[in-house]
Design a protein around this ligand. Sequence first.
Ligand code: BGC
Length: 742
Amino acid sequence: MQDRLWEIVELNPRADEQLHYETLFTIGNGYLGTRGSFEEGLPGDSPATLVHGIYDHAPGMLVPELVNVPNWLPVSIFIDGAPFKMVTKTTDIMRPPEGIVLGYRRALNMRRGILTREVLFRAPSGSVVRLEFERFASLSDIHILAQRIRITAVDGNPHIRVESAIDGDVTNMGVRHFLPEVNVDDRGDTIGVEVKTQQSRYIVGVGSRLISPHRIQTGSTGNRPYTVTSFDLAQEDWVVLDKFSSIYTSRDALQPLDTAQAKISEAVAAGYETLRERHEGEWATYWETADIQIDGDDEAQRALRFTTYHVLIAAPRTDERVSIGAKTLSGMGYKGHVFWDTELFCVPPLILAQPKLARNLLMYRYHNLPGARNKARANGYEGAMFPWESTDTGEETTPQWSDPQPDGSRIRIWTGEREQHISTDITYAIDKYWRWTGDDEFLIKYGAEMILDTAVFWGSRVEHKDGRYELSQQIGPDEYHENIDNSVFVNRMVVWHLRTALSVLAWLMGSAPADAERLIGALNLTPERLAKWNDIIAKMYIPFDHEQGIHVQFPGFFDMEYIPVPHYEPRTTSVQAILGHARSIQTQVIKQADVVMLMALLGENVGAPDGLDVRQVMLNNWNTYYPRTDHGSSLSPAMHAWVGARLGLTEVAYDMFDHAVHIDLNDNKGNVRDGIHAAACGGVWQAVIFGFCGLSIDEAGDLQVDPHLPEHWRSVTFNVYYRGEQRTFTVKNPALVSSATR
Ligand code: BGC
């Protein structure tokens, strides 16, 4: 196996890029994520470990956020009394005052789920040591975190002292989430920290043990218990130190710290190599179904593995009460909140590659139905209305105001109230999961209730005016235009939703009549209600310009100022930032795929009025909206790649794909320090499979491919899970297709 195409490598560390690399080099296992910060720390760094479901609403904050839990990484190494640190500039390479890094390589191996760093370091004393760090968050046992440090005396006979610690004084960029009473355990070989969040009262226990061939001593300073070991190294000699850590919370154990410490004994007994082998074994099973192989484009191959890796480490393996936040568990962006990014961008790849993970994510929404019902009621509607931003409670957690702008003012955020399409996005993911997996049990027990109760919401939400149905005061995917009437995306998707609800109900009546009865009773699906759904389907207003043959994003859109977005290239920021918020909302600049998103989701089913060719309408839509789109959201380029490929616009589709797949690697948005863009990661997977390869289910229920590969791609090989079977496809360029059932 060529690991070159499985690695992200950093060779020239720069202080101003470290926050970016910390995010890229996040390790995780669906339970937690730990940013790739250095063991010894770095001024200005931002180490963080985020655990799914551990949110807290600190005093003075507008909304709850995922909590940065005590840091298990710290390892400080002293060489002849002076600390090893990443010093890369010095005037005297032979007698550097603070030491100097003579060689450096850091690599994330995505196949193995392992982060390594090798450093050749000259200490101020003149001794040269090679330091090799390795770490992983076990995928086979999600509570085990392992680090290995190998220290080799390359030149000189240095005295080495190593201090391994847990840092209990962590904050979310200054915001403290823990109560002042911290339980610090430095009594035995396994040190520990136990903390409790202020408002939500979650307990988090972190244990850690350093294994050294030399004597160890433990102690603590404040909320930082540590273990120390020291020894002399003869030239050419080396030592290997292992650090095992474990995290439990009150969400998964009654006594989190005790349980973590017991887990560490288990880890120590198994030994580092065995744990690593099991971890790699688990990764191999992930990749067996999740890897997409692109022949003819090494860079796309590597980048696509990177995006897939980040979806996989963010997806909960065993817990169905948590979900993937917009920035995964790799940074504090969007406060760890869950958006439509999960259902429309991350869930579809998982349905096809790891359906169990997709199911967990859908169950998160099922468990949060009470919150969705509360939201509907609080707004005067019926049924279930899912929150735009969701955390552990299922209640709406979108802040109403932005953080202060440079001039101190705050901008009103309307999405929590008006971006209502989230309920339909969730329905879309459930329907997709059901159709691809054939998991009838899920639909009967959980999925149908969500699809139907969100349909009840829409039935109560629509407005009947002049013989047609309308939806006022909405926000579609294009968030630059807020509180608009009759977003074509929303209106058309609601029609799709109600149709889906009716057909699911019909299916239930035939296949699980008792469950159909149960839901008809519980959700009050009266004949009048169902008749209204049919009426809405027939009479929903779908804004369309017959002259141009296009869907109209919303009535009035084309009356606003036209700004040719391509004229603003090259740019490193959004057109909105260039024009300013107040002006851009009065222009035709679109934040992200909106009508294009509708075409991604519905394909040719987007429909066209009688007499018009739907393919032509789709092309017209593309030609209209593509030049107006800013891609101010990272969600946008991958959707354009998908739709562009379906329309045969392979060149522009490839440009969009290339942009999307590098959003994080190249920091295309300049904000990767805040976390990985989860939706872009899931989006590129879909762009390749549904866009370039054109995978779909045909009328007869068979899988079909219809490739439009970029010119230089020789072939794409991928696996999909379809109705209980694992299938492998190789899509060749030009369109030579073979499929095999394994
Ligand atoms: C996008 C939304 C997205 C959110 C979180 C916003 O900028 O416009 O579509 O859900 O970011 O990623």
